[in-house]
Design a protein around this ligand. Structure first.
Ligand code: PLP
Length: 354
């Protein structure tokens, strides 16, 4: 029976995407060859890569604005160091909103003066810092728009004259913002776009080439741009499946229409958390994530009951991260409203059995 998959990552993909991706593994474009046994230089795969990069720019409304889209390897974690390698000359600023931004800052320190501009560590990252001042002479300011582990999200993007760099791994393509505010966006595919194994990087070309250090080829954005993400063999399966998800998103009305659905799902779930006295939310209300909903039982004695109800309802992947505890329901683009309703029913049912 189909599970209601609330996994934080790797995570749910549209059913049709999984189906098409499985078909491509068996026989790509009627060629009687598998996607994973053809050359990445073949016409079939070059078209897939071109289509994936142009769909990404189209969906983000960044076409003809000086941006390039790349599909790279090494995960979002590789971008923690690649961004600094390519862009940090004098000083970079980081807003620390969780475990991932802590790691991004740590990696950047290998390359120069990377400073913490603000942090919400004082409250175990249950909010997004506000009212801090940002130095004006930064090479870039780095933020993490959605904090997957803690369930917080920026609802206003900080204003800055510096180049704005963003880890958007867990909320890319989920809501409509002015993406041209960013000089560079990166996102590991496995949260909201595809399987693990590739990372989407969107970079404004004119910010590159300004650091004095030598950059190894594999870590140099310019080289990946010149080679159209084919400097070395790309992760063909991950890129293909990501392309299928982007096609699915476009066919379903793009970011604006998925945002409406995401808001509806999140509101339903947060309303239940707030109105059902057996549950309590983790994140500050104004900073709550539309993608990762963190909550806990008000009384841990009910844990066994609640966990059993979840299992019986085919709910999967709702355990919280160890650094927060409790529960986390990840409600990414591909998760149906119906799955959220099933979870809400279980939360309400708990009252009747305790
Ligand atoms: C999952 C995640 C990462 C780590 O991604 P990898 O691809 O495993 O390196 C980084 N940042 C955010 C916001 C994430 O959710």
């Amino acid at each position: 029976m189909k599970k209601h998959n609330f996994s934080a990552g790797p995570s749910i993909l549209p059913k049709d995407v999984i189906q098409k991706s499985a078909e491509g593994i068996l026989n790509i474009n009627g060629s009687n060859l598998s996607l994973i046994e053809i050359s990445h230089r073949s016409k079939d795969f070059v078209e897939i890569m071109n289509s994936a990069t142009s769909l990404a720019l189209e969906l983000l409304n960044l076409e003809n604005k000086g941006y390039k889209a790349l599909f790279l390897q090494g995960g979002a974690s590789m971008q923690f160091l690649m961004t600094a390698y390519n862009l940090l000359e004098n000083k970079a600023g980081y807003i620390n909103t969780g475990a991932w931004s802590t790691k991004a800052l740590k990696e950047a320190k290998n390359f120069g003066n990377a400073i913490e501009i603000a942090s919400s560590k004082d409250a175990n990252f249950n909010y997004i810092p506000k009212n801090y001042s940002i130095d004006e002479d930064l090479d870039y300011l780095h933020i993490t728009t959605n904090n997957t582990i803690f369930g917080t999200q920026y609802h206003e993007i900080p204003e800055t004259k510096n180049n704005l760099i963003c880890d958007m791994s867990s909320d890319i393509f989920s809501r409509n913002i002015d993406f041209s505010k960013f000089a560079l966006i990166y996102a590991g595919a496995q949260k909201n776009m595809g399987p693990a194994g590739t990372t989407l990087v969107i970079v404004k070309e004119d910010i590159l080439g300004k650091v004095s250090r030598n950059i190894p080829s594999m870590l140099d954005y310019k080289i990946h741009i010149d080679k159209e993400s084919m400097f070395n063999t790309p992760p063909v399966f991950a890129v293909y499946t990501s392309m299928l998800t982007l096609e699915w998103l476009k066919e379903n009305g793009g970011i604006k229409s998925i945002e409406t659905k995401n808001i509806e799902k999140a509101n339903l779930l947060y309303n239940t958390i707030d109105s059902n006295e057996l549950f309590t939310g983790f994140a500050e209300k104004e900073d709550r994530s539309l993608m990762n909903v963190t909550f806990n039982l008000t009384n841990q004695e009910h844990k066994q009951h609640f966990d059993k109800l979840c299992i019986d309802a085919n709910i999967s992947g709702v355990n919280g991260h160890r650094s927060v505890g409790g529960y986390r329901a990840s409600i990414y683009n591909a998760l149906d409203l119906n799955s959220v309703k099933v979870l809400i029913n279980v939360m309400n049912e708990l009252k009747t059995i305790i």
